[in-house]
Design a protein around this ligand. Sequence first.
Ligand code: HEM
Length: 189
Amino acid sequence: MMKRTGVLIPVIVFVSAVVSVSAFADHREKKEHQFFNKLKEHTSGKSQEDHGNENTGQMAAWLFAVANFPVAGTLLTRRFLLTKTSGNFQKTAGKIYSWLKKDLMPYHYVLNTGAIIMALIHFRLSWCRSTSLPEWAVLLVTLLGLSGMILKFRLIPQPLIRKVRAIHTHPAVVVGVFGLLFLGHQFLD
Ligand code: HEM
């Protein structure tokens, strides 16, 4: 079970990042195709707003992708390099692992926080939505980020920290949140 989870998490993090980027991009493409319909629906003043919306969506997606790169790196190193090598190779793997953990994980905290703020701005600027799925996804991604902050700054007692860590790092939670984000963008008009 643990072994399977060890493989699943990095795969999920990679897929989630790529999927969320493509979801935002796809959303933009759809909007371009429906340009004339949108013109009929909205006053011209709104198109300026929509442009800002596209940019914030793209930025949030890329921030999420980069922010979760160190996580995927640490998990893959742990799963495939540390456990499958020995001798000098393992020493090098250990160095890579502590570099990822010590030097790159701070980007996970900062860029994910930035991505969430950008996603909230994107949500605020959005208009003409035909589904509430993106709202739910934004709420859940924000909660996921808050759980990360609880872990980082140890904001609650230790026994609860363990539970929060289990949620924050669970593959089903990560895939569920980014899956909802993806689906929500597919159903947008
Ligand atoms: C919302 C997007 C986020 C996702 C999808 C995410 C996902 C993950 C995953 C999969 C891990 C496991 C890494 C490992 O086992 O080495 C992790 C670890 C961690 N994340 Fe996040 N995270 C997010 C946001 C944040 C934020 C905003 C913070 C803090 C400001 C944060 C803080 C942490 C910490 C402290 C760990 C290490 C947990 C530990 O093993 O003790 N995360 N995150």
